[in-house]
Every structure is written in structure tokens, then in C-alpha cells.
Design a protein around this ligand. Structure first.
Ligand code: ZN
Length: 99
């Protein structure tokens, strides 16, 4: 088994099979994320490594954890006020539940 695969399996176990950032179920195809990016002074120490889904890792890119969380919260706050979200929520409320 390659060292990278062994590292991923250890992280998968540590994170209960979930993405470090979004908690979605992930598998071995997930990516190893440097929590603090190496380009921002992060190290290869195990305490700085997490397994993340490809989507989260792509969005996080070279952001620090603080920048990434601020970015996601900004999107989420805007999302809750968006016409698209409000329309879907209203339609969901109008769906009659069959007894
Ligand atoms: Zn994720």
C-alpha cells in the first residue's frame, strides 16, 4: 500500500469517513487538505492534515481556515436571502403530506 493511501485511510478512520469541512461521506478518492496551506506557512505535520472532498478542497484552495469559513458563511448568508432559496422553501411548504 502506498504511503499516501495509508495516510488517507488513517484520516478516514479519524474523521469517521466524513469530509473535514462539510461532513459529507467521503471515501479514498477524497483529497488530503493542508488545513493551513503550505503556501501560507502550513506544515506536513499530521496535525495540519485533513481529508476533504474534492469540492471543498477546490473551493478552499489556498485559503487559511479562517478565510475559508468566512467565505462559506458569506455564501450561506446570501443563499438564505436569495430568491432561489425562498422560492424552493415556499414550494416545499405548499407540498401536502399524504396521511
Ligand atoms: Zn467537503
Amino acid at each position: 500500500m502506498k504511503p499516501k493511501t495509508r495516510k488517507k485511510l488513517a484520516l478516514l478512520d479519524l474523521q469517521d469517513g466524513k469530509c473535514y469541512w462539510c461532513s459529507q461521506k467521503i471515501w479514498i478518492d477524497a483529497t488530503i487538505d493542508h488545513i493551513v496551506p503550505q503556501s501560507r506557512g502550513g506544515t506536513d505535520d499530521p496535525s495540519n492534515l485533513a481529508l476533504a472532498c474534492v469540492k471543498c478542497n477546490n473551493v478552499k484552495s489556498n485559503s487559511t481556515p479562517e478565510e475559508f469559513v468566512r467565505h462559506i458563511l458569506g455564501i450561506f448568508t446570501g443563499f438564505l436571502q436569495s430568491p432561489g432559496f425562498i422560492k424552493v422553501r415556499q414550494e416545499a411548504r405548499n407540498v401536502q403530506v399524504q396521511p
